[in-house]
Ligand binder design. Structure first.
Ligand code: USQ
Length: 406
């Protein structure tokens, strides 16, 4: 297949591009390199040393003989360029990762909220609009989030996207209807993924676009078999307070002797998936497209659920790290249960990589290897969700722990 990977320079986009290229697909990365600009804005860098996208694709060709093409296009802004590219190249499938993906970054300030909404919603809409305009029946696979559901437990498992409900009719009977599971975003970033869902529903219904939406949990790990092929193919690894996700943060914190930064009681339960499984799920979804006219196909892309404090205790046991319970910069439930259905990927052949498989130790090794690159002052998570929460969060110049100042 000829596949366009929008956002192919990012944390999941890069290993996905390599994985698909290794399987013989013709891969084109389209990216505006915004993650690299945001690193500069925040004064942080990936834990792992990352080369330019041009250099990465050159090394990939050198090691495998396969070509990955790179095209510098901003989906949210360069609508005409995107349209012309699609009209000319006519890919069979498009994978859409091209969105600002950090919840704390989306909550940093009014400017960051505007940026996240403008970028994410325009990127998705421009893509859908262009597909219709150039009459391209490419399968669109979008990376969504488990966060569209909210994490609340009502004593029932979260289904894969759709919920059957009974609606009381005027005659007093009950009509059965299938609806999108009620959206319940916890940040401006998560809200943009909820808005994406509506855009997909409309374009699938109105124009018959073939769309798959992957509701992914928190990704952990860094390597895939392809990123291991050469040191310059290494994936990025974020540890800072905005882009670092919880388990990878705990692992790097343990590696440098920084107390593990649990927000609140750590009673938040979240869904997780290893990067290798994430990449494999995208491939499985690509191979199982919906038919034209079919509703949007939704998968829950996660393999296990864990409570944040259990993860902290697990990492502490493995490494001897201390755990710090800190004021939570986010507005979120202190404690929640989470049960998620994920049978569809299991039925398609996904064989989950679990935390118990020794892979945590492997990530600790990566963290230890590159620990010298860590800027400790960038570890605290200081983006507050509301103006009321902001004064309770303080950055400690020592980089040791956050303090409540209220
Ligand atoms: N947390 C801590 N300590 C930390 C960092 C986070 O206790 O040092 C807590 C947060 O308060 C939150 C949970 O861990 O309760 C998860 O935070 P996270 O930063 O790992 O994940 P999140 O902000 O939800 O976002 C990440 C990705 C996003 C993806 C989402 C999947 O950045 O792109 O959509 O995970 S999900 O969480 O399932 O919605």
């Amino acid at each position: 297949m000829k596949i366009a990977v929008m956002g192919g320079d990012g944390f999941v986009g890069w290993p996905t591009s390599l994985h698909l290229s290794a399987r013989g697909h013709e891969v084109h990365i389209i990216d505006n390199l915004s993650r690299r600009w945001i690193d500069t804005e925040l004064g942080v860098q990936s834990l792992t040393p990352m080369d330019s996208i041009q250099e990465r694709t050159r090394i990939w060709h050198q090691e495998t003989g396969r070509r990955i093409r790179f095209h510098l296009i901003d989906l949210a802004r360069d609508y005409e360029v995107l349209k012309a590219w699609l009209a000319k190249e006519r890919p069979d499938a498009i994978i859409h990762f091209a969105e600002q993906r950090a919840a704390p970054y989306s909550m940093k300030s009014d400017r960051h909220k505007n940026y996240t909404v403008n970028n994410n919603v325009n990127a998705t809409h421009n893509l859908l609009n262009a597909l219709v305009e150039v009459d391209l029946d490419a399968h669109l696979v979008h990376l969504g989030t488990m966060g569209v559901y909210g994490y609340s437990s009502v004593g029932a498992a979260i289904p894969e996207g759709y919920l059957t409900v009974g609606v009381e009719t005027l005659s007093g009977g009950t009509a059965s209807q299938e609806i999108l599971y009620p959206a319940n975003p916890g940040s401006v970033y998560h809200m943009t993924k909820c808005l994406d869902q509506l855009l997909f529903q409309f374009y699938a219904k109105n124009d018959g676009l073939r769309i798959t939406d992957l509701h992914q949990g928190i990704v952990w790990g860094t390597h895939t078999p392809e990123t291991r092929l050469h040191p310059q193919l290494i994936n990025r690894f974020d540890y800072d307070g905005d882009y670092g996700t919880v388990l990878n943060r705990f692992l790097i914190q343990a590696a440098i002797g920084y107390p593990l930064t649990v927000h609140g009681t750590g009673g938040q339960t979240r869904a997780f998936i290893h990067i290798q499984d994430s990449v494999r799920c995208v491939e499985l979804a690509l191979n199982s497209p919906p038919k034209r006219g079919e509703r949007v196909k939704i998968f829950n892309q996660m393999t296990e659920t864990h409570r944040v404090r259990d993860l902290a205790e697990l990492v502490a046991r493995m490494t001897g790290a201390e755990v710090a319970y800190l004021p939570n910069p986010r507005k979120e439930a202190a404690e929640n249960d989470l049960v998620v259905r994920n049978e569809q990927f299991l039925e398609l052949g996904l064989n989950p990589t679990t935390l118990e498989e020794g892979l945590l130790a492997e990530v600790v090794d990566v963290a230890r290897k590159y620990a010298y690159r860590v800027d400790r002052s960038r570890i605290p998570s200081v983006s507050a969700w509301t103006k009321d929460i902001a004064p309770t969060i303080e950055r400690d110049p020592e980089g040791k722990r956050l303090k409540s100042v209220s």
